[in-house]
Design a protein around this ligand. Sequence first.
Ligand SMILES: *Cc1c(COP(=O)(O)O)cnc(C)c1O
Ligand code: SF4
Length: 453
Amino acid sequence: MTSQHQKQESVWDVTESPSIKTYTLPNFRDLPQIQEISEEKQFEMEVVGNVLPFKTNNYVVEQLIDWNNIPNDPIFVLTFPQKGMLLPHHYEKMASTLKEGADRKKIQEVANEIRLQLNPHPAGQMELNVPTLKDGTKLYGMQHKYKETCLFFPSQSQTCHAYCTFCFRWPQFVGMDEMKFAMKEGEQLVQYLREHPEISDVLFTGGDPMIMKAKIFSSYIDTLLEADLANLKTIRIGTKALSYWPYKFLTDDDAKQSLEMFERITNKGKHVAIMAHFNHLVELSTGSVKEAIKLVRNTGAQIRTQSPVLAHINDDANMWAEMWRKQVQLGCIPYYMFVVRDTGAQHYFGISLVKAYELFREAYKKVSGLGRTVRGPSMSATPGKVLVDGTPIINGKKVISLRFLQGRNPDWVQKPFFAEYDEKAIWLDELKPAFEEKFFFEDELKAKYNIQK
Ligand SMILES: *Cc1c(COP(=O)(O)O)cnc(C)c1O
Ligand code: SF4
């Protein structure tokens, strides 16, 4: 009776309940699908995988990647290292180190040398946004950049169910930041929220917080809920688990507990916002992701979706339009389209701001109003989240129109400003003001934070 009842409720036919099996540098060649690929290509993956993080899993390999479409399959590019991710001289350096048969220590040295040249800490992440308690304690596991929202990095969530090849958090995964970006104590978070009544949203991030066992995650959440903070309205969870491991919400042994945790937040009168990371339509195609979305939504949580726009993975307006439509159909709310940051493999995945804008507009045109909750393309840059709003002609001059979605100073938000038209620029710091000496926020940014755009 019970199972029949469940069967009826489920629109999607999910029968499997696998355990996660991860594939990384030491064992990826065990995959039969990899053995089909030439030795030369396998070596390329090994070279890149020794510098940038590499991890995938059985769900991604068996259900998301179309192995008849190698090397162009978007999910293959999303999780398996690609030769072009390293600049040629970095690639050659690591390739020759491996060919010489160097030992682990030497390989590590070369890897770190290359990594340090990849701008591991873009947008002033490291020191600028580290909050301090009134007693002087520095909270390295938190960031507080925009007034209403603080980011919290639990120490147990510094990994993910698989790694995205473009991820800007790669320094955390290769151990370059390990100690700096993590926090063990929910009490310190509570204390900070008490001292900052302007904060309404706490965003759990990582890595992926859904990598935590429900018991551990719950201890943070319950500490927050028990503190009865009137200012705390929303708990956000930034995750790619729906895409990389939907069984976290379906059949893992703590699936039910995780969902119950969302319900506890909702029952306490707070909003649970799952900030779900989906890069491609394919990630929304399996019965398990659809069922997982349904179960999450049944807890009262809302799912908002976001992704960067990426060459070789999703630089296709029709795909974006279809992805947003599918998300709306499944009850998710399209939220942000990002531009990829200036770190790691940006030269491989980045697309120009003008191209990103055109792609966004092409896709946006094609969806109904319910899909137009999405905003973008947006750069998470040092002064704030900056949206590329168009390429108008003003007084006979073609420019790029920009505006802040979030600013270090909230007063910067929503004021249009203009840069010289530049088809090649891929980041804010490459743009020049169109009509003035400086952008309107530059002096303040320099005076307050001693930084440049
Ligand atoms: C994006 C972001 C937030 C959240 O901003 P919203 O526009 O409210 O989604 C908070 N902190 C940082 C550092 C961010 O980059
Ligand atoms: S899931 Fe998020 S944090 Fe993890 S590798 Fe991908 S982009 Fe990075």
